[in-house]
Every structure is written in structure tokens, then in C-alpha cells.
Design a protein around this ligand. Structure first.
Ligand SMILES: [Fe+2]
Ligand SMILES: [Fe+2]
Length: 493
């Protein structure tokens, strides 16, 4: 190989392997520059460029890829809010700033409510000497029941903290208070006592109650799946292949085929693969023990799907990214076969995307969140635990929409504090809130938001058996975006 070529790459910090010589033309600077750029995109941490990398960059791409003729403008997917990772060491002050930021975002929503427009700071309330009506907004920092069975909350804002008393005879106020979770942000109307407030009303930031559903003119479908768990011995590959055949319009009766071919958006809400080292002795439950191969297999499967279906994928707690939320997009080293597919869009967890906008139509807003925090609320909130618990992820989704936050209680998920933003706050009310994680499909309509929790493609694991979970695999929810009707398809036995 010409020494100029070696030099060209060496100056950029990359070592060329001699096996590449036959493929490179050292005279062609444009080709060398392109190669450098493609290699940088392909790998962020490798410093050696060899023949097999070169092949995977170019040759395999040409052989494997049949680029379909998709008019992307017809079925657009726009990422409206996505976490951009800032690599900086985190300090305690980042947590403080992060919680302040969250307080500002959510108290703004609360302040716009009738009844809370005149809310004042806790510091001001503590200085009041006479009994008077007040409204305030704060974090719930403690929640206790007194001997007389009344409730005392401690609310905290940026100026101080105060006790709020909710008497047991005030139903349904007391019920609402009973289901509060720590660290959520609420509003209170009440009257002052001696450094306390006696509550009359409790406000959640919530989503608007109007339930006018957005619809588009064309009969097209959005499909939801999650928790594929490729690599697990319990991965239901046959069911998944049946789903692929159906979406491609090759199986089913004519009506089913007709609907299948109108699916234009497919969301895959996390746990694409089973991962490695997720829990002790997971190895025994894996038939693909190499994480790269798990993603290759996942890629192989979704590459079989019609290329005019936009496939939006986000990571979950089994995927090969850090577990702390927001989870960045999947590393391109893992999903390089997937990224070759022209119809796949990889997004963060959580993320906000807009689909199907066109001139004169604003499109549908979709919030994707895998649902790692759901376990905490299922286990800790009475209204969810006593109404089905793990069988009712839709109740968790509704609960979190009321709080306008995906993990309001500190500790309900692992997270990385961003001092400038709180990515888990639901700042914009979506048309669809999609989740997964509990392996139980569920749907509900809350205000204008359609909550859909995906099913899974893994049969019951020994862990689920032990803790009494009843997964319901191989289901796909289909939303007709023209009528907003929802169908559930079953690809299981
Ligand atoms: Fe899962
Ligand atoms: Fe999960």
C-alpha cells in the first residue's frame, strides 16, 4: 500500500491494516476522505481500519440492501424531542438544578389552572398570621397518617416547606391524597392555620380532559410492539415470524391482508434483545450469548418487514445502553445491520416523535417510554396495586400522565440528572403514549391521550413465574389513524 495513504489516515489517528491495500486508490483523495468519514460514523472507538470493516461499510451494504422506493415525505417521522447526551461528570448540584428545573416546568402547568393562578410561595404562607385562603404549589416531600386518621403532607417549593392537613371526611380529596407518590408536584387550595394549610382542593398537573381525538384523512395504521427479547431461549420466534408474514401481507384473510398493508408506522418500545448480564445466571436462559449477535438477529428479523413501514425503535432496560434514564440511542456498533435499513429510526428512551404530518395536518405526537419506572408504581400505589397491578400497566400510564412525569418519585427509576432540562417531564401532551416492559398488553383512553402498553415475544421466564407475573405474549395493537379504532392481533398459539 502506498505510504501516502497510510500517512493520510495516520494523521487522522487511524491505523490502516495492510489487508486493505487492494481496495484503496491512493490517488483518489475524495475516496479516501469519504472512507474516513464513513469509518468515523461507523465506529467511535476503533482506531484500526481493516478489510472486514471496509467490507461491512461498503461491500455488504451493496449486496444486502435492496433500497426500496419509499417516498419518505408521505409517511414522515420527525423526532421532536430527544435526549442529547452531555458527557460531564455529575455533581450534587446537578441534582438540585435538575429538581429546580422540573419544579419550574411542572409548576407552570399547574399555575395555568383555574384555582391556582394566584398561588404564592410557601415562604409567604409561613409568614401569614391570620386565617386566610391560599393556594400553593409544591413537591410532596412526606406523607403521613395521624392518630386520628387524617393525612399530613409536607409540601416543599424553592422557598421553604409547610405541612398540609387533609381531613379524612373530605372524600374524594382524601382518596386522591392517599394515592399521591413522594416527590410529585401538586397544587393545593386551602386556608392557613398556624404554619399549616388545611386543604380544600388538590390539583394534579394532569392532561386536558377534552377527548377530541385527532384523526387523519387516509386509512393507515400505527402498530405497537415491545419486549422482543431476541436471544432469550424463551423468544417466541415462530410467533414473531407469523407477525412479519402478516405485516408483509402474505398471510391472513383478504381483510386482514388489506389492513396489514396499510400499516405505515411500527413502534418497537424497548427490550429489543434479551441482553447479557442483565440478571444473575441469565446465561442459562440465552440461546444467543453474544450481544452483537443478538442485535444482528433482531436486525435480520426486522429487515424482513416491508420497507414502506417506518420502524421506530427505542431501547429498554435489557438493551445494550446504560440503564439510567434518559437512555441514549443504541450504539451504532451494536446495531449496524439495523442502521443499514432505510426505514428504521433509532430514538432515545424516552423520546417524543411526530408522525404523518403534512401540509394542513399537524401529525400525531407520540411519546415513547419503555417503562422501567412502572414496577415502582405498581408496587407502591394503592389505586394501581389493588386494581390489577401488573395486569394493568394502562393504570400506571394514566397515573403518570396525571403527574406529567414518567418517574416522579426519586428512586422509581435510575436517572442521570440534567441541570438544564428534565427529560422525563411530559411537557407536551401527546396523542399516543406508548410503553412496554411489563409484558402485558393494555390500552386505555385518557383525555385525548391513547395509552398503549405493548405485549412481548417471550414466554414466561422462571423469574416471572416466581414473582407471579402473567405475561401475555405475541399481541400487536393496531390503531386506525383515520377512525382511531384499535384492534389487537394475536400471533400466539
Ligand atoms: Fe421486557
Ligand atoms: Fe423491560
Amino acid at each position: 500500500m502506498k505510504s501516502e495513504t497510510v500517512h493520510f489516515f495516520l494523521k487522522k489517528g487511524i491505523l490502516l491494516n495492510p489487508d486493505l491495500s487492494e481496495n484503496l486508490d491512493s490517488e483518489n483523495m475524495e475516496e479516501l476522505n469519504n472512507l474516513f468519514e464513513d469509518f468515523s460514523k461507523y465506529s467511535t472507538n476503533s482506531l484500526i481500519l481493516n478489510n472486514s470493516i471496509y467490507k461491512s461499510l461498503y461491500l455488504e451494504k451493496e449486496e444486502d440492501l435492496i433500497i426500496p422506493n419509499i417516498d419518505n415525505s408521505d409517511y414522515p417521522v420527525v423526532i421532536t424531542k430527544e435526549y442529547a447526551e452531555v458527557t460531564k461528570k455529575k455533581e450534587v448540584s446537578d441534582f438540585t438544578q435538575h429538581y429546580k428545573k422540573r419544579f419550574n416546568l411542572i409548576s407552570k402547568i399547574l399555575q395555568s389552572k383555574r384555582g391556582l393562578e394566584n398561588s404564592i410561595s410557601i415562604h409567604k404562607i409561613l409568614n401569614k398570621r391570620q386565617r386566610e385562603s391560599v393556594s400553593l404549589i409544591g413537591y410532596v416531600s412526606s406523607k403521613n397518617i395521624t392518630k386520628n386518621k387524617n393525612m399530613i403532607l409536607t409540601l416543599e417549593d424553592l422557598t421553604g416547606s409547610i405541612k398540609v392537613i387533609i381531613t379524612k371526611d373530605k372524600i374524594p380529596l382524601f382518596e386522591d391524597a392517599n394515592n399521591l407518590c413522594l416527590d410529585e408536584i401538586i397544587g393545593i387550595n386551602g386556608s392557613t392555620g398556624n404554619k399549616v394549610v388545611f386543604a380544600d382542593d388538590l390539583y394534579f398537573p394532569d392532561v386536558p380532559k377534552n377527548d377530541v381525538l385527532k384523526k387523519c384523512d387516509e386509512e393507515i395504521y400505527l402498530a405497537v410492539i415491545s419486549d422482543v427479547h431476541v436471544g432469550s431461549t424463551m423468544f417466541l420466534e415462530n410467533d414473531f415470524l407469523k407477525f412479519i408474514k402478516w405485516i408483509n401481507g402474505t398471510v391472513g384473510n383478504s381483510e386482514q391482508k388489506n389492513v396489514a398493508l396499510k400499516v405505515k408506522y411500527l413502534f418497537v418500545v424497548g427490550d429489543l434483545v434479551d441482553g447479557v448480564g442483565i440478571y444473575p445466571n441469565q446465561d442459562d436462559e440465552l440461546n444467543i450469548k453474544d450481544i452483537f449477535k443478538q442485535y444482528d438477529k433482531f436486525g435480520e428479523l426486522i429487515s424482513m418487514i416491508r420497507k414502506d413501514v417506518k420502524i421506530i425503535i427505542c431501547p429498554g432496560n435489557h438493551d445494550a445502553v446504560r440503564i439510567a434514564e434518559p437512555q441514549p440511542i443504541l450504539d451504532k456498533d451494536y446495531i449496524k445491520t439495523i442502521l443499514k435499513l432505510p426505514n428504521v429510526i433509532s430514538v432515545t428512551n424516552p423520546s417524543f416523535v411526530n408522525i404523518h404530518a403534512s401540509e394542513g395536518f399537524e401529525g400525531f405526537d407520540v411519546l415513547l417510554y419503555h417503562g422501567y419506572s412502572f414496577d415502582y408504581y405498581i408496587n407502591n400505589v394503592g389505586i394501581i396495586r389493588n386494581n390489577g397491578g401488573y395486569d394493568r400497566p394502562d393504570l400506571v400510564m394514566k397515573y403518570l400522565l396525571q403527574k406529567r412525569h414518567l418517574a416522579p418519585s426519586h428512586g422509581s427509576t435510575l436517572f442521570i440528572p440534567d441541570p438544564d432540562d428534565d427529560f422525563l417531564t411530559i411537557t407536551k401532551v401527546p396523542d399516543f403514549f406508548l410503553a412496554g416492559h411489563v409484558h402485558k398488553p393494555a390500552i386505555n383512553q385518557y383525555g385525548k391521550v391513547t395509552n398503549i402498553c405493548g405485549s412481548c415475544w417471550q414466554s414466561k421466564t422462571p423469574f416471572q413465574e416466581k414473582v407471579g407475573h402473567k405475561p401475555e405474549p405475541s399481541k400487536v395493537q393496531l390503531v386506525n389513524l383515520k377512525t382511531r379504532e384499535i384492534k389487537v392481533m394475536n400471533f400466539g398459539e
